[in-house]
Write a protein that binds this ligand. Structure first.
Ligand SMILES: [Cu+2]
Length: 155
């Protein structure tokens, strides 16, 4: 029984690998525009990255994770209105329908950078890697910018 499970696991790994080779690669078919990271005042431990993603492929893709060397954790977030207040919620994935542009912008979807490992000053460049549902990745450089609109709507 144990042997069988192992065999099935191996077969699946092979199938998944070949499927990945022949299907459209998300990273190659997604255009990233207007990427930037929000500058934060000294002492603040979180920031966010914003960008536009256009799916130039014929098939659905999805952003499932992000990574950066400037924070301990990077999560995909959205804003939802709850009890009259805008609150951030983690999302498992951001769907990218074919032919459409999905905007990650202040007050909406964003890449949350939690536990900053360095101070973010405007004009600096930082690294962000996007990870898609098929395992493909895009490494990007994002400028740090001052965002006027605050992310907390509940002062
Ligand atoms: Cu957030």
């Amino acid at each position: 029984m144990r042997y069988l499970t192992k065999q099935l696991g191996a077969a699946c790994a092979l199938l998944c690998l070949s499927a990945g080779l022949y299907a459209g690669n998300a990273a190659d078919n997604l255009q990233v525009q207007d990427i930037y990271v929000r500058a934060v005042p000294p002492g603040q431990s979180n920031s966010a990255a914003f960008l536009s993603l256009t799916n130039a492929d014929q098939t659905d893709h999805a952003l499932v994770a992000a990574e950066s060397s400037i924070s301990k954790v990077a999560e995909l977030h959205t804003h939802l209105k709850e009890e009259g207040m805008m609150k951030m919620r983690r999302v498992e994935r951001i769907d990218l329908p074919p032919g459409e542009t999905v905007k990650l912008q202040p007050g909406g979807l964003h890449v949350m950078l939690i536990g900053l490992t360095k101070q973010l000053s405007p004009g600096e460049d930082v690294d962000i890697t996007l990870v898609f549902e098929d395992g493909s990745r895009t490494a990007l450089t994002a400028p740090v910018k001052t965002v006027q609109q605050t992310m907390q709507h509940h002062h």
